[in-house]
Design a protein around this ligand. Structure first.
Ligand SMILES: [Mg+2]
Length: 183
């Protein structure tokens, strides 16, 4: 039962794999995303050129990118800095409240959003509790935060079980992931 909540809808390498074309094809109006290790890594707080390019492309296409972070308002505000994205902080993922708040404020329907993140125990779980599709990405860099380390340990165990029981494969695009699931 819990495993169903932890199994991501899609698995891709990184957030940049969600191309504008694919997002449009899936009628996605907003990409909700985790911050730490999904958009930014501690060793590159400004973000990669790929991230900036992706943000520019989604913006030009009218697809909103909104950060849903468990971190504090102060930290998130500083971190998103010049990324020019909206954000909500203190979301308490795996609780769905941050995701639901953003959807409510913007009048977004469940099938119009994706929630992207690097952790099953927070991002993926919260997505499914909110009733939205989840995208698990590979973490940008190993974190040295012990809370994350503990989560990671549990998560790796869960991943092993899900991999074995339900199949968990990373694809290089959303469409490929969908197509592969149909087989
Ligand atoms: Mg994260």
């Amino acid at each position: 039962m819990v495993l169903n909540f932890l199994k991501p809808t899609y698995c891709v390498q990184s957030v940049y794999d969600l191309s504008v074309d694919e997002l449009k094809k899936h009628h996605i109006k907003a990409v909700l995303t985790d911050l730490d290790n999904t958009l930014l890594a501690w060793n590159n707080p400004k973000g990669t050129p790929e991230l900036h390019e992706w943000l520019k492309e989604t913006k030009a296409a009218g697809i909103d990118v909104i950060v849903v972070s468990n971190n504090t308002w102060d930290r998130v505000k500083k971190a998103v800095g010049d990324l020019d994205v909206d954000y909500t902080a203190w979301s308490l993922k795996p609780m769905p409240r941050g995701i639901l708040k953003v959807m409510h404020e913007r009048g977004l329907k469940k099938d119009e959003v994706l929630m992207v993140g690097d952790q099953m125990l927070t991002d993926v779980w919260a997505s499914h509790l909110a009733g939205v599709k989840s995208v698990l990405v590979e973490r940008l860099i190993e974190s040295d935060m012990w809370q994350t380390w503990v989560n990671r340990f549990i998560e790796n165990q869960a991943k092993k079980i899900i991999y074995r029981k339900k199949g968990l494969v990373f694809y290089d695009s959303l469409t490929k992931a969908v197509e592969a699931k149909k087989d």
